[in-house]
Design a protein around this ligand. Structure first.
Ligand code: IMP
Ligand code: MG
Length: 172
């Protein structure tokens, strides 16, 4: 029996990304939008999302580490790579692959706010609520997952499975 159970097929992801891009394009029309992807998990999602936008956007990345090779957040977040663009007085949309406990996101939001952007919104492909510990404001979410560990479409387990075009539940 396979350890991977399909959750979302590539064409289903394409559709929900397109819908998110439509909403974001409408909400940020005539604004100066900077999208910041959280590495590594969000790189595929962000790449697909920006290509469906109908408004101009600039892109940057940051990388924060909280899990190591395991499956549970330890809460202590370390910044591996910071942003390189100036976000002061700009509208920022943080792009995450998945929000689980919310601890990583909470830390990143605090960090970004220290640069005094005009606004900071959150866009996540998956909102996984079972283990939420920090209240985080999610403006755009593509899919709500109650529990389990998901891989594919950028999401990994110990760096494996990121390349899969669909999203799967991994039996650990
Ligand atoms: P949080 O701090 O618990 O919200 O953890 C968020 C980060 O943990 C995400 O950005 C992912 O990199 C990783 N993560 C949490 N749940 C999963 C999962 O189900 N699959 C893959 N990575 C996950
Ligand atoms: Mg991540």
């Amino acid at each position: 029996m396979s350890e991977l159970t399909p959750v979302l097929a590539a064409d289903e992801i394409h559709l929900l990304v397109k819908n998110m891009a439509r909403r974001i394009s409408a909400d940020y029309i005539d604004r100066e939008l900077v999208m910041i992807g959280v590495l590594k998990g969000a790189f595929i999602f962000l790449a697909d999302l920006i290509r469906q936008l109908t408004i101009p956007v600039t892109v940057d990345f940051l990388q924060a580490c909280s899990y190591g090779a395991g499956t549970q957040s330890c809460g202590a977040v370390r910044l591996v790579k910071d942003i390189g663009v100036d976000i002061r007085s700009k509208d920022v949309l943080l792009v995450e692959d998945i929000v689980d406990s919310g601890l990583t996101l909470n830390w990143i939001l605090g960090h970004l706010k220290s640069f005094q952007p005009l606004s900071v919104g959150v866009c996540t492909l998956i909102d996984k609520r079972e283990r939420r510990e920090a209240e985080v404001p999610i403006a755009y979410s593509g899919h709500v997952a109650e529990k389990g560990f998901l891989v594919g479409y950028g999401l990994d387990y110990a760096e494996a499975y990121r390349h899969l075009p669909g999203l799967y539940h991994l039996k650990i």
